[in-house]
Design a protein around this ligand. Structure first.
Ligand SMILES: Nc1ncnc2c1ncn2[C@@H]1O[C@H](COP(=O)(O)OP(=O)(O)OP(=O)(O)O)[C@@H](O)[C@H]1O
Ligand SMILES: [Mg+2]
Length: 305
């Protein structure tokens, strides 16, 4: 079995956060099986690499890997994309067409944003997951396929089930093993590590010296909520790398790129007055106090008998 470190190198994964390591170890262990996997986590946390690792560490690695963004395909064509259609089954179906489940026979299909699948498609998917059977759109001939499914979602599936937007039976079938990727805000030192990696990448790309953060800016970077996670951090690093002449980034400069630090300050307004510095410091203090309160609540828990 390949080690965690090798996998990280091979797939360009930066970071050593414990929750991330647990997710990757789970990925390595489940990969050689045919078990369905559901990858969960907020937008931009890095879910897309997981199905690639699974496929490449499985006996299916020489067969096809197809990634489908379920949210991007119109409802009217998704069944045909996934399962194919018969000639004449709908206006414009001039040829019989194979769908992804036929093409990927023996391989892996990654269903990204699986929560977006229409209910009718969910019925077809459940059938193919349960017994490998499917019908082309407009056909009554049952076909067989052997496909491993890895799905991903950034929506709360339990909520989607309660709202009757997602079938409960399909959810349980898809999530035999769930792999949760932690949000960036919980990854501690990895945040600065990722920043440095991106800073060095963009320095090469734009042929400029690498930006680096001053001590206070590093702390601020670690305390930011990162709602857009790694995607947001990378975009921020690119912006600063391109715009800032002084390659040593101060706390104030960084703050001018982090609009909603605590409060909802407008974006990209560079306010370097003393007052705004004070305001930002106060926000950090609030955050520290808030985190401390949470920690104290956690500490109290085991004391309740
Ligand atoms: N640990 C990491 N090290 C290096 N780059 C990473 C890491 N995690 C994510 N990335 C990069 O961050 C970007 C966002 O990741 P990805 O596209 O996988 O997000 P996602 O979880 O699929 O989000 P969404 O739900 O919005 O689709 C990608 O460019 C990815 O390469
Ligand atoms: Mg994605």
């Amino acid at each position: 079995m390949e080690s965690l470190q090798t996998i990280k190198q091979r797939f360009g994964i930066i970071g050593n956060n414990n929750q991330l390591n647990i997710a990757l170890e789970k990925t390595i262990r489940v990969a050689p099986t045919d078990i369905s996997v559901l990858v969960t986590g907020e937008s931009g946390v890095g879910k897309e690499v997981i199905p690639k690792i699974i496929h490449n560490l499985s006996h299916r690695k020489h067969a096809k890997y197809i990634a489908v963004n379920c949210g991007a395909i119109p409802e009217g064509t998704i069944d045909s994309e996934l399962f194919g259609h018969e000639k004449g089954s709908f206006t414009g179906a001039t040829q019989t067409r194979s769908g992804y489940f036929e093409v990927a026979d023996g391989g892996t299909i990654f269903l990204d944003e699986v929560g977006e699948l229409p209910l009718t498609t969910q019925v077809r998917l459940l059938r193919v997951l349960e017994n490998g059977e499917f019908l082309k759109v407009g056909s009554s001939k049952v076909q067989k396929t052997d496909v491993r499914i890895v799905a991903a979602t950034n929506v709360n599936m339990i909520e989607a089930i309660q709202k009757e937007k997602f079938r409960e039976d399909l959810y349980y079938r898809l999530s035999t093993v769930e792999i949760n990727i932690p949000p960036l805000r919980n990854r501690g030192d990895d945040i600065h590590l990722l920043f440095r990696k991106f800073a060095s990448d963009f320095a090469q790309k734009y042929k400029m010296p690498t930006i680096r953060l001053e001590e206070k800016a590093i702390e601020a970077l670690k305390g930011y909520p990162w709602k857009g996670n790694i995607r947001q951090l990378r975009n921020l690093t690119e912006q600063i790398s391109v715009i800032e002449q002084n390659r040593s980034i101060s706390y104030n400069t960084l703050m001018s790129y982090l609009p909603d630090y605590g409060a909802n300050l407008p974006a990209i307004i560079k306010d370097k007055t003393k007052e705004s510095e004070f305001k930002n410091e106060r926000e950090i203090l609030y955050k520290v106090l808030f985190d401390m309160r949470n920690d104290i609540t956690d500490l109290k828990k085991p004391l309740k008998f």
